[in-house]
Design a binder for this molecule. Structure first.
Ligand SMILES: Nc1ncnc2c1ncn2[C@@H]1O[C@H](COP(=O)(O)OP(=O)(O)OP(=O)(O)O)[C@@H](O)[C@H]1O
Length: 637
């Protein structure tokens, strides 16, 4: 202890001596310092504790300085021995490289993973399709998570680093900081030891090739996440067979021809200075095949589909513009339910929501699609009347096509699609009782070698089956004729409802005819319930509106009174908002929506009334001994 005290004392003395010496040596300095400053320095030097503290402070500063220096140069020095490639989220390369990394076997160094459940069709090839009692499970994809990881590729070590760049602390509020951090794109860096960059270039090229190979013959669907202004998600799926979508006679062929002509007319557009893009609006009741058609069309034309959900929270005009402009090449841009997005915006605004897509934002984004030559944009809506004329004027929307309730051609087509044997669309042989569990995936069918006698027996069985199939098909055609006399456009059935009905009886097509009255009755009840609900909602809205109007009127009168009394009155946010909406002359009002709903329910009521009258007529005809005529068999409207 004594030793420690004496050592510390001598250390402090020598420190003081050093400072004394410094002071003495810098006598010139003394002349320049003010007497007060010299007094402070001398006090410090004369006090053991103060001079030791001062010394430690200097020591600490040196330590920090050298530590930072080492850290900074360590990475520079180390990186001198490495080559690296960095890519930002949102770029195609990011997707390719992420998938490439996900496909590599993980080493023990990878301890932080991101896991993704996917239902893509890759499981058919990869053999990682899991099944218990025949039911399906998603494929789990494990990807190295945030941080640095090591992988081995062709015998050499690859460092993979996934980081989100540091957040600038300048954002003024917590919310904007959060928003900015979400918007900040992740970076993926791959690096390897040595100075040969060609290895990494090869990896990127391989990743791109792998990605294209996987997408071959598939339809890729791109979507986006809240707050992202790039296509952050993509999934591939087996293309939907084009002939599986049943539209009115000639509509599909007409649309296909239109789009094919467009795709082959780039020179024509350039020569005439017309922006080379084409917009389509598919409108009509829900469940009439609008989305299905677009997906099938993309598969047929070997294009991808980029789906923008305009109602997604956090999406603003600028992001929408970026999304539309940065859509992957050779893709169809699909904006679903455009009307709903604007209604949501109004509701969102009222509740302080974050959806900021405006009508003018959509218009600008549509007009500004310049990066993509030959863009094909599809919009869908259930309520065309709610759309602003500016949105659907030619140039933004070149073709408006009604996807209506199923007509006879569609009813027949849907029935044949479900029940005709060897149905090319479904691959199901429906002349055998179809047990859903007997439907196996392509990969489950193993090719086994057969002996000549087995082959002959199989051939005979096949011929027999063939004969039965032809018989069965003839029956299905007869049934289809009868069904189209019982159901018609007038029944206001959507193709989705038909699909549900036929699927319900898929094992017994011959019972379908008897089930039709039940089916129609069910639809009628559904419609009634829906229109009741809608009229109740309309009443509620009208009440709410009149209350709000009364409140607003009162507030305005109050303000007027105060203004008249000479008080200073600020214009409220509400007033400004109101002005905004008024300026937004293209926007539609809620009342339009309800007008439309009312008109639909009135049409339905009218149709029901027509049917009742027809039934009455038939009864009368029967009573008068005329030939039997089925209700609902009136010609299509
Ligand atoms: N015309 C059709 N041909 C074949 N299948 C159809 C057709 N219409 C609807 N379907 C089937 O009905 C379901 C719903 O169809 P889809 O989503 O395409 O309708 P939609 O018109 O886009 O509806 P919404 O307006 O609500 O988005 C799908 O399973 C689809 O297979």
């Amino acid at each position: 202890m004594e030793w420690l005290v004496s050592k510390t004392g001598s250390f402090l003395n020598s420190t003081a001596a050093v400072f004394d010496h410094v002071i003495q040596v810098s006598t010139g300095l003394e002349a320049t310092l003010s007497p007060a400053a010299i007094r402070v320095v001398k006090t410090i030097m004369g006090n053991d504790v103060l001079s030791a503290g001062f010394f430690l402070m200097i020591l600490g500063s040196f330590y920090t300085f050298f530590r930072d220096l080492i850290v900074q140069y360590y990475y520079e020095v180390v990186s001198w021995f490495y080559v690296s490639v960095e890519v930002e989220e949102g770029d195609d390369c990011y997707r390719w490289l992420s998938d490439w990394v996900a496909e590599r076997p993980l080493t023990t160094s990878v301890r932080h993973l991101t896991v993704k459940a996917t239902w893509d069709d890759e499981r058919e090839e990869g053999g990682y399709y899991q099944s218990t009692r025949g039911d399906e499970r998603p494929r789990l994809v494990f990807i190295p998570g945030k941080g640095r990881h090591i992988l081995y590729h062709k015998g050499y070590k690859i460092n993979v680093s996934r980081e989100r760049p540091e957040q600038a602390a300048s954002a003024d509020s917590e919310q904007s900081r959060l928003l900015a951090s979400i918007q900040k794109k992740q970076c993926l860096t791959i690096s390897t030891f040595g100075w040969d960059i060609s290895r990494l270039k090869t990896i990127v090229l391989d990743a791109m090739e792998e990605s294209y190979k996987k997408k071959q013959g598939k339809t890729t669907i791109y979507t986006t996440q809240p707050y992202d202004s790039y296509w952050s998600n993509s999934s591939t799926r087996v293309p939907r067979a084009f002939h599986s979508v049943i539209l009115s006679d000639g509509l599909k062929a007409e649309l296909l021809e239109d789009i094919m002509t467009f795709r082959g007319s780039s020179q024509w557009y350039h020569d005439r200075g017309v922006p080379y893009r084409r917009g389509y609006l598919l409108h009509g009741p829900p469940g009439t095949g609008k989305t299905s058609f677009i997906i099938a069309l993309a598969g047929h034309l070997d294009m991808s589909v980029c789906i923008v959900n305009l109602g997604i929270s956090g999406l603003n005009d600028q992001q929408l513009d970026q999304l539309l402009n940065n859509a992957p090449r050779n893709s169809i841009l699909l904006m679903e339910d455009v009307d709903a997005a604007l209604v949501k915006r109004k509701a969102g605004k009222a509740q302080g929501g974050t959806n900021n897509v405006t009508l003018s934002g959509i218009l600008n984004a549509l007009d500004g699609i310049t990066a993509q030559e030959g863009s094909v944009v599809f919009m869908t809506t259930n309520h065309i009347r709610k759309l602003a004329p500016a949105l659907i004027r030619p140039g933004r929307c070149d073709r408006k096509l009604l996807f209506d309730y199923a007509d006879e051609h569609q009813i027949r087509g849907m029935f044949l699609k479900f029940f005709l044997s060897r149905s090319a669309e479904t691959g199901l042989a429906v002349n055998e009782p179809v047990d859903p569990r007997s439907y196996t995936r392509k990969t489950d069918n193993k090719t086994t070698s057969t002996s000549p006698s087995e082959a002959a027996a199989q051939k005979e069985a096949l011929l027999k089956t063939q004969g039965r199939k032809e018989e069965f098909d003839a029956m299905i055609h007869r049934l289809a004729d009868e069904i189209t006399t019982k159901l018609s456009y007038k029944d206001t059935i959507t193709t989705a409802q038909l699909q549900g009905f036929f699927m319900l009886h898929r094992d017994n097509p011959d019972t379908i005819l008897d089930k039709i009255p039940e089916f129609l009755e069910e639809l009628r009840r559904e419609r009634e319930a829906l229109s009741k609900k809608k009229s109740q909602r309309k009443e509620r809205m009208a009440k709410k509106k009149s209350k709000e109007e009364a409140k607003e009127k009162k507030a305005k009168e109050d303000k007027e009174r105060r203004r008249a009394a000479g008080e200073e009155v600020e214009s409220s946010a509400d007033e400004e908002e109101e002005e905004d909406d008024e300026n937004d002359s293209d926007s539609f009002s809620d009342s339009d929506y309800y007008d439309e709903v009312t008109s639909i329910s009135q049409t339905l009521k009218g149709l029901d009334k027509d049917m009742k009258e027809e039934k009455k007529e038939v009864k009368e005809e029967k009573a008068n001994g005329f030939a039997h005529a089925e209700p609902g068999a009136a010609p299509a409207v």
